[in-house]
Design a binder for this molecule. Structure first.
Ligand SMILES: Nc1ncnc2c1ncn2[C@@H]1O[C@H](COP(=O)(O)OP(=O)(O)OP(=O)(O)O)[C@@H](O)[C@H]1O
Ligand SMILES: [Mg+2]
Length: 338
């Protein structure tokens, strides 16, 4: 398939102001004296535009958190440059305008959500008389009203994640950086967090989020960059991913006899996969009807027909596979031990 960057079609959002610009970032970690440095970011470049939800997507260990730490000024890049709101990331000037949810936020177990949010409000310079209003509004917004005075030690993972998001928003930032905001949440928790993120966008904020949950990415992100082993494999609008597979549908069948499954795979050049009792078939859109007819004829029951569902997943898996293939990169070790 064509990498998104090479599709050569300008999208509307290309005119928007760049909020984050990352250029050729390299990061080496030196585990200890005399031990080879390990390169984990190999010239990463991408940009985030005003008002969009940007998904920074990649498998475990790809370098998402490392990139975000560089953006937050928590660690320094070995090379390259990163700018937020037009300022170099070393510069403190932009910090008042950004919010940050770390990967595993830690809060004191003996404080309540209300107390910790008051603390963060004062810490981030919210004016004295505005603190209460701000804290109450956020408690309501992230859905913690019923538990706001309970100790955080009694909170579930999803509730802590909400506290983390409220903390990131306490000073009304223009840009919000979230490291795996949905990780460890149940489907309801994930939906709530998605809704919060969509609300941030509707308020005109820009959201950068690290994640490997593709379903969430498909649902809410405007643009994505896929990073694999420290290299960007794709960057582009999410609708271009979806368009790629416009003509595909996923069909889930039950009670499809094995010979019929084989015949369907052959006759329709469809991808057929048996999952437990069910058979999942991926087929081009134009062939949905004849395929369904053949399946029904063979005695199968049709459980669902879903257009486009796994498109991003396919792009993602291909990017990962290509990343693995490129693994023998000569520059992955940067320096011999002395
Ligand atoms: N302080 C460090 N010292 C040495 N290596 C590190 C350090 N921090 C991260 N790494 C390595 O850098 C690579 C990228 O890690 P990073 O945490 O950025 O990945 P990630 O994409 O956020 O993964 P995950 O989805 O698991 O959160 C990994 O191989 C990791 O082991
Ligand atoms: Mg991470």
């Amino acid at each position: 398939m064509t990498p998104i960057r090479e599709m050569g079609r300008l999208s509307m959002s290309d005119d928007r102001r760049e909020i984050v610009r990352v250029e050729s970032i390299v990061k080496d970690f030196r585990p200890g004296l005399g031990i080879r440095a390990k390169r984990v970011l190999h010239g990463v470049s991408f940009s985030v535009r005003e008002g969009e939800i940007f998904g920074f997507v990649g498998p475990n260990g790809a370098g998402k958190t490392t990139t975000l730490k560089i953006l937050m000024g928590l660690i320094r890049a070995t090379g390259g440059s990163a700018r937020i709101l037009g300022r170099e990331v070393g510069d403190a000037a932009y910090r008042a305008h950004i919010g940050f949810l770390p990967e595993n936020p830690y809060f004191y177990a003996f404080l309540s959500a209300r107390e910790i949010l008051r603390f963060y409000a004062r810490l981030s310079g919210v004016e004295g008389r505005e603190v209460e209003a701000r804290v109450e509004a956020l408690i309501d917004q992230v859905g913690l009203s019923d538990a706001a005075d309970a100790r955080l030690g009694t909170y579930s993972k999803g509730m802590l994640q909400r506290v983390g998001i409220a903390q990131a928003l306490i000073h009304d930032p223009q840009v919000v950086f979230l490291d795996e905001p949905m990780s460890g949440l149940d489907p309801i928790g994930r939906k709530d967090i998605r809704d919060i993120i969509l609300r941030l966008k509707s308020e005109g904020r820009t959201v950068f989020m690290n994640t490997h949950i593709l379903n969430d990415v498909e649902m809410i992100c405007d643009r994505v960059a896929i990073i694999v082993k420290g290299r960007i494999r794709y960057e582009g609008p999410i609708r271009d991913f979806l368009k790629e597979d416009e003509l595909r549908s996923d069909i889930v069948l039950a009670d499809l006899p094995e010979p019929a499954a084989q015949a369907i795979a052959r006759d329709f050049t469809a991808r057929v996969q048996t999952v437990g009792e069910q058979v999942e078939v991926q087929v081009r859109e134009g062939q949905v009807r004849p395929l369904l007819e053949a399946a029904l004829e063979a005695g199968a029951e049709v459980l669902s027909v879903t257009p486009n569902r796994i498109s991003l997943e396919r792009v993602f898996l291909e990017a990962v596979e290509r990343g693995e293939a490129a693994e023998v990169a000569p520059d992955s070790e940067v320096e011999p031990a002395p």
